[in-house]
Ligand binder design. Structure first.
Ligand code: GRF
Length: 197
C-alpha cells in the first residue's frame, strides 16, 4: 500500500503534528509527514519537525514579502516534496488560492469544536471553548474537515463528541478536546490512506 506523503502547516506548539508523527513512526499510520511549514520561525511545530528529521521551513510575509508570494512558495514546497495531503495543524493564516487550487479537496483542518457551530473567522484557541461554555452546550469535540476558501466551512469528514462537564472552564474543556484531537486526526488520515489503496 502506498504511504501518503503529508505536508503540514502549523503556527504554534504543534501537538497535533506530534501526534501524527508519533502514529506514523509507531507503524500504525500509513502516512509520513515529509515537510512542515510555519509562518512562525519560533514555533514548536518547526522544532518538532527538526527533531524527527523532517524538512522544516519558515515561510511568512516576513521572508517572502507578500501574501501572494507566501502562497506561491508554500504551493511549490508542497509540490517539490510530492505531498499527497496538506494538513493544517493549528495554522493561523488564511490559505491562499494557489494552494487551494493545487490541492483541491486534499487540504485537511482540525477544529476544536463541533462545526458548523463555533467556527469561522476569529474563532480559535480559548475563544472557541469560551463560546461553547457560554452557549451551555452539553457536548463538544474536534472536527476534521476539508478546507475550502471559507474559514471552517468545508465538508466535514469526522467528529468526536465528548461531554461538557458542569464545572468545565475553557482550559479544562480545551485539554479534554485536545486528547481527542490527537486520536481523530491520525485516524482520519489512516482512513483516507485506506481509501487510496
Ligand atoms: C488545536 O486545538 C486545533 O484544533 C486548532 O489549533 C490547535 C493547535 O494545537 N486548529 P497544536 O499546535 O496542535 O497543539
Amino acid at each position: 500500500m502506498k504511504r501518503l506523503r503529508l505536508g503540514a502547516l502549523a503556527s504554534g506548539g504543534g501537538s497535533n503534528l506530534q501526534a501524527i508523527i508519533d502514529r506514523s513512526e509507531s507503524g500504525n499510520l500509513n502516512a509520513d509527514v515529509v515537510v512542515v511549514v510555519s509562518n512562525n520561525s519560533k514555533s514548536g511545530a518547526l522544532e518538532r519537525a527538526r527533531k524527527h528529521n523532517i524538512k522544516a521551513c519558515h515561510i511568512s510575509t516576513y521572508t517572502e514579502g507578500s501574501e501572494k508570494s507566501v502562497d506561491m512558495v508554500i504551493t511549490e514546497k508542497m509540490k517539490e516534496h510530492e505531498v499527497d495531503i496538506v494538513i493544517l495543524a493549528g495554522y493561523m493564516k488564511k490559505i491562499g488560492l494557489k494552494l487551494l487550487e493545487a490541492f483541491e479537496g486534499k487540504i485537511l483542518n482540525i477544529h476544536p469544536a463541533l462545526l458548523p457551530k463555533f467556527g469561522g473567522d476569529g474563532m480559535y484557541g480559548r475563544l472557541v471553548h469560551e463560546a461553547v461554555l457560554e452557549e451551555g452546550e452539553k457536548e463538544s469535540g474536534p472536527t476534521v474537515h476539508i478546507v475550502d476558501s471559507e474559514y471552517d466551512r468545508g465538508p466535514i469528514l469526522e467528529q468526536r463528541k465528548i461531554p461538557v462537564l458542569p464545572d468545565d472552564t475553557p482550559e479544562t474543556l480545551a485539554a479534554r478536546v485536545l486528547i481527542e484531537e490527537h486520536k481523530i486526526y491520525p485516524d482520519v488520515i489512516q482512513r483516507i490512506s485506506e481509501q487510496c489503496e
